[in-house]
Ligand binder design. Structure first.
Ligand SMILES: [Zn+2]
Length: 345
């Protein structure tokens, strides 16, 4: 518990998120707007907040109005405890209570309202078995509209972007990516959900290509990616192509941009693996969602999301366009790297 709080909640924003990045909260607050975030794991802002847990003194820098699973609460809202009863929707119930409080007061210019209970249910039950949780997510969105006095009143006040951060596809079985590399000295495998990475440590005698080719006969590793010189190479079913960052990859229409971006992350493994349909890689603890759902591969169902925009000049075409679209809506110029990313996507 202590480790997961520290890594996922504190260090992801404090240490792992690049200092060169400008978050949407930072850019808007610098321009004089009030930002708010409920439950979203990416929250870095300008305001120092102390956790509500007695004895935990590590501060987090978040938006001015910052709510995270009862752990950080910038304002006393009376919202119920969130962390227990997750399968019954306690997290989104907490978000709805805080969201209602904020909308009632018009307490923000920009709000990120994150509803993760559907993801939790779809992992457990599969994407076709989680409609009840989806109905609860819908009710949590409805709570915001009600707090404004109805949909028309809500939309008079706010523009809206509604989207998911990924999809899910059904998982039939699990696989251990580590098994291929167990007898290859100097390798480290990190896998989770429907993607995995292989790192060659300094003592490893194989280069990225050598590591990638070890997966040629593994039916669970559908698309295997690595860098060679300035190129990103993809191997699948004995076929090898140089990835076009602006084009399709095999039968994935947007696969080129996604593969290119993944391999250019400075922390990416030497080899990045996209799992075959229906397969999930077990994580370091051996956990998986066989019989349920998962995401993370190049498969369109894992990643393609609906996007609904109301009151914006132009709807974002990809999730990487969401933050720039928000900033433009407020008349704030996006950071230069955001425009480059949008073009690549
Ligand atoms: Zn998930």
């Amino acid at each position: 518990m202590a480790r997961s709080i520290l890594d996922a909640i504190i260090n992801m924003n404090r240490l792992h998120l690049s200092r060169d990045a400008v978050t949407v909260y930072e850019a808007l607050e610098d321009a004089g707007f009030t930002t708010a975030a409920i439950n979203i794991t990416c929250y870095r802002g300008r305001t120092r907040h102390l956790p509500t847990l007695r004895g935990v003194t590590i501060p987090a820098y978040g938006p001015k109005r910052f709510f995270f699973y009862n752990l950080f609460e910038s304002d006393p809202t009376g919202a119920p405890l969130a962390v227990f009863g997750r399968a019954q929707g306690s997290i989104d119930g907490y978000a709805a209570a805080v969201g209602r409080w904020l909308v009632t007061r018009d307490g923000f210019d920009f709000l990120v309202y994150y509803l993760p209970d559907y993801d939790f249910a779809s992992h457990a039950l599969g994407p076709d078995g989680a409609f009840e949780a989806l109905a609860r997510s819908d009710a949590a969105v409805g709570a915001l509209l009600d707090a404004a006095g109805g949909p028309d009143e809500f939309l008079d006040r706010y523009a809206v972007i509604l989207c998911s951060d990924h999809g899910q596809t059904r998982v039939e079985r699990s696989a251990r990516l580590e098994s291929t590399f167990a007898h290859v000295p100097g390798t480290l495998v990190t896998a989770s959900n429907r993607a995995g990475m292989v790192y060659g440590l300094p003592e490893c005698r194989l280069d990225a290509r050598g590591l990638a080719e070890l997966l040629d006969s593994d039916p669970d590793a559908e698309t295997v990616l690595f860098r060679e010189g300035d190129d990103v190479i993809a191997r699948r079913d004995g076929e090898e192509v140089v990835v076009d960052g602006d084009g399709p990859l095999f039968d994935y229409p947007d696969g080129g941009a996604r593969a290119w971006a993944a391999l250019h992350n400075p922390n990416a493994g030497d080899v990045v693996v996209s799992a075959a349909p229906g397969v999930e890689f077990t994580d370091l603890a051996g956990r998986h969602h066989a019989g349920g759902g998962s995401h993370g591969s190049l498969e369109r169902g894992d990643s393609e999301v609906p996007m609904l925009a109301i009151g914006l000049d132009a709807a974002p075409e990809s999730i990487v366009d969401v933050a720039p679209a928000v900033l433009r809506h407020f008349g704030v110029e996006p950071p230069p790297y955001a425009r480059a990313l949008s073009r690549a996507a």
